[in-house]
Design a protein around this ligand. Structure first.
Ligand SMILES: NC(=O)c1ccc[n+]([C@@H]2O[C@H](COP(=O)([O-])OP(=O)(O)OC[C@H]3O[C@@H](n4cnc5c(N)ncnc54)[C@H](O)[C@@H]3O)[C@@H](O)[C@H]2O)c1
Length: 245
């Protein structure tokens, strides 16, 4: 395949890194399949993307609902023929709790969304990628999955699982044209911020600030392109040279 417009599915697309990835991919002409549980913000993004010519489908869907994800992928494939790029970005992370206080229900919910959501979306798109001999999967993990964050044992465990899943799957499919990588952001600018270039000071990075949504999206877009043709099974940290591990 050449460098024609691709079809990219992005989960958790409504805000933050997912939204910035959608904007950059629309700018480069990719057709988009955007999935989020937040229908209101997803509709706002679809409105923003109407400035570009790229065709956009939006689905209000929970990635932990396997049947719903299968239905989304079936509809998207019906419309576009195939999904070439999958960005597994949807995740839960905003709970800080000592391990001894964390309920097993919270653990299960994090595993369902962060790990099984990634698995369900990957299972749904991978067969067609393998058939066509081209695919890019980018899993958004976290430095928490590498170093472990105190009071985020559940989140850290799910992101560690996503990184290991990435490395294992990459080995199974590399010789069939499907490349699978993870990116691990450090501290990112607050995702409620609409300006994708916004940042705030951060003592966690030697660079001295948070990473912007655009910086994260640029890395994701590169990995999800023809240019990234010899990288697979990697977890790339994008953390401003993180200080505290
Ligand atoms: N923001 C950070 O500092 C940071 C740091 C490291 C890693 N990350 C990772 O980056 C990714 C994006 O984070 P962010 O902070 O940009 O966005 P966010 O966490 O603010 O928003 C994520 C989006 O995912 C959606 N979402 C949540 N659960 C969902 C579900 N079950 N099904 C479908 N959609 C769902 C939300 O509605 C939201 O629009 C996540 O995987 C996160 O773990 C973020």
């Amino acid at each position: 395949m050449g460098t024609e417009s691709r079809v990219a599915m992005i989960t958790g697309a409504a805000v933050g890194i997912g939204r910035a990835s959608a904007i950059l991919m629309a700018q480069r002409g990719d057709r988009l399949v955007l999935v989020d549980v937040d229908g209101e913000r997803l509709a706002l993004l679809a409105q923003e993307l109407s400035d570009y010519t790229a065709e956009v489908l939006t689905f209000v869907c929970d990635v932990s609902d396997e049947d719903a994800i299968k239905a989304v992928v079936a509809q998207a494939q019906e419309r576009f023929g195939a999904i070439d790029i999958l960005i597994n970005n949807a995740a839960l992370w905003r709970v800080w709790q000592p391990f001894v206080e964390m309920s097993s229900a919270t653990w299960r919910r994090y595993l369902e969304v962060n790990v099984m959501g990634t698995v369900y979306c990957t299972q749904a798109v991978l067969p067609r990628m393998l058939e066509r001999g081209w695919g890019r999967i980018v899993n958004v993990a976290s430095v928490a999955g590498v170093y472990g964050n105190a009071n985020m044992a559940n989140y850290s465990a799910t992101k560690g699982a996503v990184i290991a899943f990435t490395k294992a799957l990459a080995k199974e499919v590399a010789d069939r044209g499907v490349l699978v990588n993870a990116v691990s952001p450090g501290s990112v600018s607050p995702s409620e911020e609409r300006d994708i270039d916004a940042y705030i000071p951060s003592e966690l990075a030697f660079i001295g600030r948070t990473g912007t949504d655009r910086e994260n999206a640029e890395l994701i877009c590169f990995l999800a392109s023809d240019k990234a043709s010899y990288i697979s099974g990697q977890n790339i940290q994008i953390d401003g040279c993180r200080k505290k591990q």
